[in-house]
Design a protein. Structure first.
Length: 374
């Protein structure tokens, strides 16, 4: 399959790389220390027009490709994974609106999200279910020209600052509907924030819905099409998650190369030892293969091809790679890698997220196998 980044995509890659290193890197230590992403970072991402990259100009977007967005996430991920994760909270809702929204919904919700003026969260997961969409309990009951939603959502990333939320709820029996809602009204209760192992600054937590009313015109697609919305947008989100993993893995490799050249043992830089060279080569091989899978999948998405299987392959391979490569890099750093003085300690914790969130690694295996066996 022939593909290469276009001149525009390469230019966006360069711009984001320079911007991230100059404008965002100075916030990394503060985010790690305070476990909060300061609002100025969102302002800077808005300046970069990151949330607009894959969307049409008529909806406030840049009019570039999905690949541009993916490349941008990878670049941000090399500098600060929690910052790289931030735009996706709104982009998932924008993608859902573009695919399933009415023109009215697009004007009201998608345009401000695409422009980075508003934020959104994606509320699917519940206390009793992560991987089994049919098992959740939140229900939407039709009452006149409104739906009344009751239930609890878990791990709703960005819920504490979101202006809009995409909420999934059962409508007819086991059928699921997807709703675009304005946050903060009566019955929209922000719950407890969950403390995480890594990705400090990523604010995720519970959303409790108590007789929360959503107008019928806010259904995305039909009120029994939520599962379709979920499957399609989660597939796109998997490529984004995979790109973030590649960014983290590349950063871990860069750290290992730099450290191995400046750490001396027995009168030599440790990079002279064959065992270290092997580890560097092993990391480079994995990172390149992972990047290839991500770019290929993003390209397929831009060509309008099905990405269900390939996005699962990319997410599975890249999240595994990020976990393995950060671990090897930490090993190259020796005991200094285990200290807070070195970036690899943070990357090692951050990288694990993508193996468990956004669809567990085992669930990616299930998706891949099911597609093969169809
Ligand atoms: C930091 C963070 C942010 C998140 N952000 C969001 C968000 O914004 N919105 C949102 O909706 N969710 C979010 N999530 C939730 C997350 O995407 C899901 O919870 C996760 O993908 C799966 O959930 P689980 O581990 O609870 O799954 P479970 O289904 O409880 O899985 C537990 C274990 O069982 C295995 N398992 C389950 N079913 C099968 C099966 N059929 N076959 C084989 N193995 C199986 C899994 O692989 C896993 O090892 C977030 C999670 C985290 C940690």
């Amino acid at each position: 399959m022939p593909f290469e980044l276009s001149e525009e995509e390469k230019a966006i890659q360069r711009t984001v790389r320079e911007f991230a290193r100059k404008e965002l890197a100075p916030f990394v230590a503060q985010i790690e220390e305070e476990d909060e992403i300061p609002p100025i970072v969102s302002e800077k991402l808005k300046e970069l027009r990151i949330t607009g990259l894959p969307f049409e100009e008529k909806y406030g977007g840049v009019g570039s490709t999905f690949t541009s967005f993916i490349v941008a996430v990878e670049e941000l991920g090399q500098v600060c994974p929690p910052i790289a994760n931030l735009p996706m909270e709104g982009v998932m809702t924008s993608l859902a609106l573009r695919r399933f929204g009415t023109e009215e919904q697009k004007k009201k919700y998608m345009i401000p999200l695409v422009k980075g003026e508003k934020k959104a969260c994606w509320a699917f997961t519940e206390p009793a279910t992560g991987s089994d969409p049919r098992a959740f309990e939140t229900r939407a009951v039709l009452d006149g020209d409104e739906y009344v939603l009751n239930g609890t959502k878990r791990f709703a990333s960005g819920v504490f600052t979101a202006d809009f939320a995409t909420i999934f709820a059962k409508t007819k029996g086991d059928k699921i509907g997807a709703f675009i809602a304005e946050t903060g009204g009566e019955g929209f209760i922000r719950g407890k924030r969950v403390r995480l192992m890594g990705m400090r600054g990523l604010a995720t937590g519970d959303l409790i819905l108590e007789n929360f009313r959503v107008p019928t015109e806010n259904v995305l697609g039909k009120d029994d099409e939520g599962f379709k919305v979920l499957l399609e947008i989660e597939a796109e989100s998997r490529i984004r998650s995979a790109a973030l993993s590649v960014g983290m893995a590349q950063a871990a490799l860069d750290e290992a190369v730099a450290y191995s050249k400046q750490r001396y043992q027995r009168g030599h830089p440790i990079s002279d030892f064959l065992s270290i060279k092997w580890q560097l080569a092993e990391m480079a091989m994995k990172v390149e293969a992972a990047r290839y899978l991500v770019y290929r999948c993003a390209y397929q998405r831009d060509q309008g091809k099905s990405i269900r299987k390939d996005s699962a392959i990319a997410k599975l391979f890249c999240s595994t790679t990020a976990r393995e490569v950060t671990s090897i890099s930490l090993q190259v750093h020796g005991c200094y890698g285990y200290t807070k003085e070195f970036k690899i300690e943070r990357l090692y914790r951050d990288a694990k997220l993508n193996e468990v969130a956004g669809g567990n690694a085992d669930i990616q295996r299930v998706i891949i196998a099911n597609e093969l066996l169809q």
